[in-house]
Structure formats: structure tokens, C-alpha cells
Design a binder for this molecule. Structure first.
Ligand SMILES: [Zn+2]
Ligand SMILES: [Zn+2]
Length: 179
């Protein structure tokens, strides 16, 4: 890894590891939060989501082109933030570095835009035993448990019984076919 990239990654880790300071800019954080008011306002909020899949849509549209042509089996998706920086880095640090503060921040940010309707249970995307061993722990289950205690909703677990290609590498149609 180039020295510059290493320094940037180190800086990011230090920022995220300091309670009391904003995880994004290192200014003093808002009381009881992991971020400052300025950074919170500048996060990539998903302001115009598709009602079904939560992909961003043009102003005034309720469904995206995908959902109009090839609707998914689920009826609604909640995604308060877009997968853009600095959220992308936060997800990456939690997923691949198992950074506990990144996980806590993600859970707290998710709770700022909870589902509009009451849900009966939370189900994290299950991991295969191979993936769980490679990652060290199950990040999505950890997130579901954090949200569960805050929302007062139980977590139900599922087991992946078929080894399939990583979802990250598949497009929407193949994701559905592989699950
Ligand atoms: Zn900040
Ligand atoms: Zn959609």
C-alpha cells in the first residue's frame, strides 16, 4: 500500500476511533452523537428514494425504472443514506476492518431514518460459514442486534444453505436468481 494511502487510512481510523469528536471531520461532536451538525447536514441523504427499492429517482417519481419494468418480490425498502463518501468509507471500515465505532455510527445513522411502518422482526442478510470465517464476525447480524434493542423489535436469524457468488458482484437480476 502506498505511504500516502496508508496515512489517509490511518487518519480515517484515528478520527473514527475518538469518542466525543466527529467521525468525519474531527471537530467536537454534537452531544451524545458521533458527528457534528455540519457533517450530519452534508451526509449523502437519500432524499428522493424509489418507494420499492429505495434507489434515487427523479423528483416527482415514486418508482424507479427497474421497479416499473421488473419489480422485486419485496414491497418497500428503507435506505436513508446513499452509498457515497463518507458513508462508503464507514461501511468499508465496518465490513472489512471490523471497526466497532464504525458499526455503532452506522446503527445510529440508520436510526435517524427508521422504517415508516412498524416492523415485526429484523433479519440480517445471512452469511455462509465460509464468509463468516473469512470476515471474523457477522457484521450484518451485529447491526441487526444493535437496531433491535433500540427499536424494540426481535431479530430472527436465517442460515445460508447454498454457497453462491458474492452479491456484490451480481446485478439485480442475477442477485434474485442466485437467492
Ligand atoms: Zn464533522
Ligand atoms: Zn426501484
Amino acid at each position: 500500500m502506498a505511504f500516502k494511502v496508508w496515512l489517509q487510512r490511518g487518519g480515517q481510523w484515528i478520527k473514527q476511533a475518538m469518542p466525543g469528536y466527529c467521525a468525519f471531520c474531527l471537530a467536537p461532536a454534537s452531544a451524545g452523537r458521533g458527528w457534528c451538525a455540519t457533517c450530519l447536514g452534508e451526509l449523502p441523504w437519500n432524499l428522493q428514494p424509489c418507494r420499492q427499492c429505495a434507489d434515487p429517482v427523479a423528483h416527482g417519481d415514486s418508482l424507479c425504472g427497474h421497479c416499473l419494468i421488473d419489480p422485486s418480490a419485496f414491497s418497500t425498502t428503507q435506505a436513508g443514506l446513499l452509498y457515497q463518501e463518507p458513508i462508503k468509507q464507514l461501511v468499508h471500515d465496518f465490513k472489512f476492518q471490523a471497526s466497532p465505532r464504525s458499526g455503532t455510527l452506522l446503527a445510529e445513522l440508520m436510526l435517524l431514518t427508521p422504517p415508516a411502518t412498524q416492523v415485526d422482526a429484523l433479519l440480517s442478510v445471512p452469511m455462509t460459514a465460509t464468509h463468516a470465517r473469512a470476515r471474523g464476525f457477522n457484521q450484518s447480524y451485529w447491526l441487526a442486534e444493535s437496531l433491535s434493542s433500540q427499536l424494540g423489535v426481535p431479530v430472527v436469524s436465517a442460515r445460508w444453505i447454498k454457497d453462491s457468488p458474492s452479491q456484490r458482484t451480481l446485478n439485480r437480476r442475477y442477485r434474485r436468481m442466485s437467492s
